[in-house]
Design a protein. Structure first.
Length: 284
């Protein structure tokens, strides 16, 4: 008697549509000239270990398709397009990206949002009613038109009839919901001060995580004092001496041998290093 046929192999469950019926695509505008940053490649600037535009692409990871309007970069799974004319502004850039959108909804995002996360994009999608858009509002009550979700059919009709140059004029009639989530996801990096703030935010996050991992109360860490110390050591002694000094200070404090003014003493030592080093190194 022949052996019975093996049962059919289980099939994988179909992947659910991303964030609602039909899912969504993402259009990321990353082709500006960054005049207030001296013409730097703003979307390519690294904050927290990855470029600004890579962070936005990661935040839109649920999208069926991600279109970046701007120079091509080595980011997998992304379609790059350019607006016509180049540097023509956000409305032509949106039109260039929208031409490649096939989902019923689109997340329109700036390419320089260091605090934007996947959860923020999902919140926008959840807030947008059928046939309407949702836009984020900053802590000053201003709509941020490059952090929003829009119905594609309605947006294409509005764009075909629009002759203005501002995103507000195009998108405001479609905005049915406004969202103010925590974490400042709308924060963009237009100036050097903005970049510095983004770096400090990352530093705050890292300090909190490192303290939790090491069982340290963050309230006992005078971060700015330690940063000033390591800056003096890096500039006055050598760059690799900065993390080494912070490590030695931690060892001494853990062993209970560090004086109360240990940071001040080390800072003074670093400031005077150029004068005292010749004598110290030669044994004079």
């Amino acid at each position: 008697m022949p052996d019975p046929a093996p049962p059919p192999a289980p099939t994988a469950a179909p992947r659910p549509a991303a964030s609602g019926p039909g899912g969504f695509d993402a259009v990321i505008l990353a082709g500006g000239e960054a005049r207030r940053l001296g013409g730097l490649d703003k979307p390519g600037i690294t904050v927290g270990g990855r470029s600004l535009v890579e962070n936005v692409v990661a935040a839109a990871a649920d999208a069926r398709r991600t279109i970046v309007v701007g120079p091509e970069r080595p980011i997998p799974g992304v379609r790059f397009v350019r607006e016509d004319p180049p540097h023509g502004g956000p409305v032509p850039a949106l039109a260039a990206g929208l031409a490649h959108v096939t989902a019923p909804r689109v997340a329109l995002l700036a390419g320089d949002l260091p605090f934007l996360t996947r959860a923020h994009v999902r919140a926008l999608l959840a807030a947008a009613p059928p046939g309407g858009g949702a836009v984020m509002v900053d802590d000053g009550g201003r709509e941020q038109w490059l952090t929003g979700v829009w119905p594609v059919a309605e947006l294409k009709r509005a764009l075909a009839a629009y002759t203005g140059r501002s995103l507000k004029g195009l998108l405001a009639p479609l905005a049915a919901a406004r969202l103010s989530p925590p974490g400042r996801p709308w924060f963009d990096c237009d100036t050097m001060d903005d970049l510095e703030e983004a770096h400090m935010h990352v530093l705050n996050e890292w300090t909190a995580l490192a303290c939790a991992e090491l069982g340290i109360d963050p309230a006992t860490v005078d971060r700015d004092l330690i940063l000033d110390l390591t800056k003096e050591v890096a500039h006055g002694v050598a760059r690799p001496a900065a993390p080494l000094t912070a490590y030695l200070l931690g060892l001494a404090q853990g062993a209970g041998t560090a004086p109360e003014d240990a940071v001040a003493k080390l800072t003074t030592l670093a400031k005077n290093w150029s004068r005292e080093a010749p004598e110290t190194l030669t044994g004079g």
